[in-house]
Write a protein that binds this ligand. Structure first.
Ligand code: FPP
Length: 246
C-alpha cells in the first residue's frame, strides 16, 4: 500500500477527516447504464450518455486525489453483439470524448487505450493515437480506457506473441505473460469496483486481478459519485491483503 494520504472534506463516512491509503490501481466495470435509462423510460443510449459523464467526473476525481492508475471498461469484445445503433452510440460517445480530451491534457492525465483497437473505425484510431501521444508526458493519473477489450483475447494474443518470438518454453515465466499484455509495465489492479448489483468479472483483467480486492454495489453507474468511490476506498482500507501468505 502507498503512504497514508490526508483527505479532508471528501470522506463519505461520518469521519470528516480521515487518513487512508489509496490503492495504486483501481479498475472499474461501468455497468448499469441500460437499467438506469430504462428506469427513466429513456432509450439505452441516454444511459450511456449519462455513464460517459460519470466516467469523466470519476476520472477527474481520481486525478485530484492522486490515484496512480484508473482502468475503466468501456466496451468489451462481447459488446459487438448489441444492437447496431447501441454500438454506434457508444462509439460516438468515444469520439466525443476523444475530441474533447484536450481538457484532460490540461489536467495532466495520461490516457491510454487497452484492447484490440484494430476493428475500430479509422477516425477513432487516429484520434486515439493523437490522444495517447498528446498526453504521453502527463505525470498525473494514468487513465486506461478498455475498448474492444477481453481478458481471454488479451491472454491469447500474449501467447501468440510469445510463441512467434521463438522463446524456449522453459524460459517462460508469469512475468513473460504480464509483459505481453496490454497493461505491460503497469501495476496490477489492487481494487476492482463493479456497480449495478452484478457479481461477475465479465472477462475483465482476468490475469491482472489475481490478487485484487473487489467491491460491489447496487448503485447504477450513471448514479455513481465520488462519495461511492470514497466509501469503497474506505472499505479497501479495512481489507487484509495476504497475497496467499498468512
Ligand atoms: C454497461 O452497461 C456499459 C457499457 C457496455 C458501456 C459503457 C460505456 C460508457 C460508460 C461510455 C463510455 C464512454 C467513454 C467516453 C469511454 P449496460 O449497458 O450493460 O447496462 P445494463 O446492464 O443496465 O443494461
Amino acid at each position: 500500500m502507498r503512504p497514508l494520504l490526508h483527505i479532508g472534506d471528501v470522506m463519505f463516512s461520518k469521519k470528516k477527516t480521515a487518513e487512508r491509503a489509496l490503492p495504486r490501481h483501481i479498475a472499474i466495470i461501468m455497468d448499469g447504464n441500460g437499467r438506469w435509462a430504462k428506469k427513466r423510460k429513456m432509450p439505452r443510449s441516454a444511459g450511456h450518455i449519462a455513464g460517459a459523464k460519470t466516467f469523466k467526473d470519476i476520472a477527474r476525481y481520481c486525478n485530484k486525489i492522486g490515484l496512480e492508475y484508473l482502468t475503466v471498461y468501456a466496451f468489451s469484445t462481447e459488446n459487438w453483439k448489441r444492437p447496431k445503433e447501441e454500438v454506434e452510440g457508444i462509439m460516438n460517445l468515444l469520439r466525443d470524448y476523444l475530441r474533447d480530451a484536450e481538457n484532460f491534457k490540461d489536467e495532466n492525465i495520461r490516457v491510454r487505450f487497452i484492447g484490440n483497437l484494430e476493428p475500430l473505425a479509422d477516425d477513432i484510431k487516429a484520434l486515439i493515437e493523437k490522444n495517447e501521444k498528446g498526453s504521453e508526458n502527463a505525470t498525473g493519473l494514468n487513465l486506461n480506457i478498455a475498448i474492444n477489450y477481453g481478458g481471454r483475447d488479451e491472454i491469447t494474443n500474449a501467447v501468440k506473441t510469445i510463441v512467434e518470438s521463438g522463446m524456449d518454453a522453459k524460459d517462460i515465466t508469469e512475468d513473460t505473460i504480464s509483459q505481453n499484455l496490454y497493461t505491460k509495465g503497469m501495476p496490477d489492479p489492487d481494487f476492482i469496483i463493479r456497480p449495478s448489483g452484478e457479481y461477475r468479472l465479465s472477462n475483465y483483467l482476468i490475469w491482472q486481478s489475481a490478487y485484487a480486492e473487489y467491491w460491489f454495489s447496487d448503485v447504477l453507474w450513471p448514479d455513481f459519485t465520488s462519495r461511492h468511490l470514497e466509501k469503497a476506498i474506505e472499505e479497501y482500507n479495512n481489507r487484509n491483503r495476504r497475497f496467499g501468505g498468512v
